[in-house]
Design a protein. Sequence first.
Length: 166
Amino acid sequence: MDKAYNILFLCTGNSARSIMAEVMANHLGRGRLRAYSAGSHPNGQVNPWAVETLRRAGMPTVGLRSKSWDEFAVPGGVPLDFIITVCDNAAAETCPVWPGMPTTAHWGVPDPAAVAGSDGEKLAAFRDAMTTLRRRIELLLALPLDKLDRLSIQEKLRQIAEPRPA
């Protein structure tokens, strides 16, 4: 990829999955992706287990914040190439009209913040979510985006989240 692609990860609360996806896409993309995250109803704070999971994986955690998707759905805002929902609630919501008509896909990931139990069980749930998101981001980065048309890209983005046969 010669071009840097702007990608927005959406989740209702923008406190865990979308935040982790933003950090990993920026880290793994090494300038090929400029990732952002937002929520339809942001919690206003980043889940501490998400921060801890990213920190343990050696990913940067400074400056993370929970923010509204309204920041991105404005004329003159960040020109988005892709919008990926990572929670089922956000995928089912009526999204704003995004300037530039970015390519969209749904990469549903179980909510690690919904896991009750010991600290070890919570950390394991966040690690599982991070592993799923990381693999999907790696698959995105492996695509020859500069050689694909818009419809092909949309199909490939959707296929990334489909279960693979065992």
